[in-house]
Design a protein around this ligand. Structure first.
Ligand code: HEM
Length: 414
């Protein structure tokens, strides 16, 4: 019997690590049943070991991102086309689209946002401290990344709350229930044609398109302007591609880093001694960020689809089979990480796979996420502020994001 790791409500108790451990210990790949309502497929290959995830990520010619979908379930052909963005394309479309945005996210380009990030982090920590604590997600983990990514995109700060709200609804789309009516936000598009099957995607599209119009007339130093200019210079980007890119950047730049900040805070509340280490002279803050990111595994899996009959870990894979990389499993692979269930801010080396493994789709925003974590937890340690967790967190019922909906914390000042 294969352990089930797909039922979203399972994740209300946290990642089912024992089930991933069992699959990691099983030779070859594990066939995981999963009935697909669209394609009728009966399951997927569950990939839970570090080396196997790496192999898939660096072999896009064998394992496609453009076929079927990059989530567990297949999409109908028209839905896949309508929803296709950077993350669901293969070369050459992927290379063309990625080139349009990659310059903005290099480590050097990202460092230009350090001061802004620090200002926001300090402001949020001041407010959290002054209030004597509260919901860490709402007060710190959500606003930091959204404010940063919205600035980079060129969205005015007064719209931040609205976009956070939209992004939250998208996450719901990965779970079992949606609270929005299909026509919410004036949506008239069939839900299956929208990212996450959510009417909030329609609202994000509308917002992105309006911003694009504004930037056509009034260029600024931001990504939407860069995309408008790339179009003007003849780099082809379709209407749908723009909408999907905007939506992906808002979602990816927000939800994932928020999750890392929430799990990081919980880990530091559990291990105050690890937080204190951050202020030791010459402490490598980048080691801390890698460990927080490994610990959090904000994205639980990504999927590929086999383009040909092939083989991995001694298992034969047929063309068209779904292959799902469970980062949640790979990040606790005991053959790679010593004592994988220990939270150790000096862990080195730390080849965590939370951003995906090396390959064309490796997370575009990895350096931005790292910067935000480094600045936030670095500032916390510097002011001698620890955290006490009050009660259990409310977790997101999703097999795709390792989300924390809310967690109450109070500051502990040393
Ligand atoms: C801790 C935070 C983050 C985590 C854990 C994370 C994780 C991931 C993962 C797992 C992938 C897919 C990799 C693959 O398929 O091989 C990905 C792709 C992506 N991420 Fe992130 N991400 C984070 C932050 C961000 C941020 C801040 C942005 C902001 C721009 C971002 C933008 C993207 C984009 C655009 C892609 C698609 C790249 C492509 O397909 O070429 N991510 N991310």
């Amino acid at each position: 019997m294969t352990p089930d790791v797909t039922t979203p409500s399972l994740y209300l108790e946290g990642i089912p690590h024992d089930r991933f451990a069992e699959m990691r210990a099983t030779p070859g790949l594990v066939w995981h049943p999963y009935v697909d309502r669209v394609s009728g497929a009966g399951g997927f290959w569950a990939v839970t070991r570090h080396a196997d995830v790496r192999e898939i990520s660096k072999s896009p010619e064998r394992f496609s991102s453009a076929i079927g979908h990059t989530n567990l379930w297949d999409l109908e052909a028209d839905a896949l086309e309508a929803r296709r963005g950077l993350i669901d394309t293969d070369h050459p479309d992927h290379t063309r689209l990625r080139r349009l945005v990659s310059g903005t996210f290099t480590p050097k380009a990202i460092r230009t946002w350090e001061e802004l990030t620090r200002q926001i982090a300090i402001e949020l920590l001041d407010e959290f401290e002054a209030a004597g604590g509260g919901d860490w997600v709402e007060m710190v983990a959500a606003p930091l990344p959204i404010r940063v990514i919205l600035t980079i995109l060129g969205v005015p700060v007064e719209d931040a709350d609205y976009l956070v709200e939209l992004s939250n609804y998208l996450v719901e789309g990965t779970g079992e229930e949606q609270s929005l009516a299909p026509d919410a936000f004036g949506n008239t598009t069939e839900l299956r044609l929208l990212p996450f099957g959510s009417p909030a995607s329609h609202a994000l599209f509308e917002y992105g398109l309006r911003l694009r119009e504004l930037r056509r007339d009034d260029p600024r130093d931001d990504i939407v302007t860069a995309l408008v200019q790339a179009e003007a210079e003849g780099e082809k980007m379709s209407h749908d591609e723009f909408k999907n890119m905007f939506q992906l950047l808002v979602f990816a730049g927000n939800e994932t880093t928020r999750t890392a900040i929430s799990h990081g805070a919980m880990a530091f509340a559990d291990h105050p001694e690890e937080l204190r280490r951050l202020v030791e002279p010459n402490f490598p803050l980048n080691a801390m960020t890698e460990e927080v990111i490994r610990w959090a595994t904000p994205v639980l899996h990504m999927r590929r689809t086999a383009t040909q009959d092939t083989e991995l870990a001694g298992t034969s894979i047929a063309a068209g089979d779904k292959v799902v990389m469970w980062y949640a499993g790979a990040n606790r692979d005991e053959s790679v990480f010593d004592d994988p269930f220990a939270f150790d801010v000096t862990r080195s080396p730390n080849p965590q796979l939370s951003f995906g493994a090396a390959g064309p789709h490796f997370c575009l925003g990895a350096w931005l996420a790292r910067l935000e974590l480094e600045v936030l937890f670095g500032e916390m340690a510097k002011r001698g502020m620890g955290l006490r967790q009050l009660g259990e967190p409310v977790r997101t019922p999703s097999n795709f994001v390792h989300g924390i909906t809310s967690v109450d914390m109070e500051p502990v000042l040393r």
